[in-house]
Design a protein around this ligand. Structure first.
Ligand code: DWN
Length: 414
């Protein structure tokens, strides 16, 4: 892809052109393209951020695709920062090992393996592990931690290279990556090349039902090209000769589905039909279900701005925690900047010292919370509220109040 972005003309799963826009968040900067302080007053690239519903297969997808080289070749997100996600990865490795014990073929491939958070768990269980990660700076961290990582996007060439050098894979995982992929068919074709006949392919993605039902509009940003339901995913897998045999639901990242598939080795259990029936019952294959989403989103925006302005009027100090991708969508859609939020605390070294895109709020390490002693902390990483409240409340010995913006704005004190 040579251009900065392209417009989506047809559905990436069924190729239908009959798509209807149901959410428009306006023009937004790229959520993980943090700003150097010296560039604070320079204009930022902004792109349309809106979602189209495919009336043929019910896939939700952005109306544009931003060049992945721009988004992912240098990255500021480290999977291992939240302990909650580390524990979640341990559970993935446990469940996978229950289905396929290591046996003769112990090779696990993790696609978009980031800093090796999931690889580490499989390695601990005696598997041989290889990561594939396009961000050079992040792949370097994984390799430095002894987690073999190939710095590349996932594609047919990379799959063949691994096959020739290491043989077939018993387990291939792809957590929080399928939503980022434009050419889904080639992605799955590359999986089919490498996956053993009795191997399993495990995918985890945010679940569109949770996004809609819990107003999780901040999960919408340019890295997330697709927003999945089981039905369109099943079409995609069927088209690529991969058979979904189990689907599980997890609370991680606001609500995710985990899809287990194989070439043909494993029998489909009841969970697949149960999810398809659930989606039918919730009318998720009808465009009218989507019409009210933008109204719910606007309600969250209005409530959050009203609360922050009210607190500022009372001279309250407000900070935020978690310079997350979702947090930048929330801040920019709600037009929140440093007039309302003094700073964003974050434990990711790659983010500290930078400015959040759009809002230009400074991102600092969490020691600032003790120095500045804010009265309120806006949890931009609300999906890790428990972990963040536990660690900040203890360390800073103050009864700070937390603002949790999603699914609805509320103030919490622990
Ligand atoms: O799909 C994606 C998800 C999985 O991760 C990627 N495209 C981008 C990224 O999205 P995100 O940035 O919204 O993810 P998180 O995991 O919700 O971001 C959490 C943020 O909070 C990170 O910047 C790390 C930070 N954090 C922290 O500094 N200390 C989080 C915790 C729990 C902490 O203790």
């Amino acid at each position: 892809m040579k251009q900065i972005y392209r417009n989506v003309k047809k559905c990436r799963i069924c190729s239908a052109k009959n798509m209807v826009k149901y959410l428009d968040l306006g023009k937004m900067p790229l959520t993980n393209l943090l700003v150097e302080p010296k560039n604070k007053n320079k204009p930022e690239l902004k792109f349309p951020l809106d979602i189209l519903y495919c009336k043929n297969c019910s896939l939700s997808q952005l109306s544009i695709v931003v060049n992945p080289e721009i988004l992912f070749s240098k990255y500021v997100y480290r999977s291992s920062i939240p302990k909650t996600f580390q524990d979640h990865c341990a559970q993935i490795a446990d469940k996978a090992s229950e289905i396929v014990n290591p046996g003769r073929n112990k090779l696990v491939i993790d696609i978009a393996s980031n800093d090796g958070c999931l690889l580490y768990q499989f390695k601990n269980k005696g598997f041989e592990v290889i990561g594939v990660e396009p961000a050079e700076n992040i792949a370097k961290i994984a390799n430095a931690n002894g987690l073999k990582t190939i710095c590349s996007f996932w594609d047919i060439e990379t799959s063949n290279k691994i096959l020739q050098r290491y043989g077939k894979a018993r387990i291939i995982t792809a957590t929080n990556v399928l939503a980022h992929v434009d050419d889904l068919n080639t992605f799955l074709k590359a999986v089919g090349i490498l996956l053993d006949e009795d191997g399993i392919f495990i995918v985890e993605v945010p679940y569109l039902y949770d996004i809609l039902s819990k107003s999780e509009f901040d999960t919408v940003y340019h890295e997330h090209l697709s927003y999945f339901l089981v039905s369109p995913l099943k079409k995609l897998y069927d088209n690529n000769k991969l058979k979904i045999f189990r689907i599980e639901k997890y609370p991680i990242h606001g609500g995710s589905i985990r899809i287990y598939s194989s070439k043909k080795f494993f029998e489909e259990d009841d969970s697949v039909k149960e999810f398809l029936k659930f989606e039918l019952d919730k009318k998720l294959y009808e465009i009218k279900t989507y019409k009210s989403f933008e109204i719910k989103v606007k309600k969250v925006k209005n409530e959050l701005i009203k609360l922050l302005i009210e607190l500022k009027r009372k001279n309250k100090k407000i900070a935020a925690y978690g310079a997350s991708a979702k947090g930048n969508t929330l801040l920019n859609y709600c037009c929140i900047d440093s007039k309302l939020v003094d700073f964003i605390a974050d434990d990711t070294p790659e983010k500290q010292g930078k400015l959040a895109p759009g809002s230009k709020i400074r991102i600092v390490d969490s020691s600032y919370l003790n120095k500045e002693k804010p009265d309120y902390i806006l949890l931009l990483a609300w999906n890790f509220s428990e972990e963040i409240m536990r660690k900040t409340n203890d360390i800073y010995r103050r009864k700070v109040k937390y603002i949790i913006p999603i699914p609805s704005v509320k103030i919490v004190q622990i």
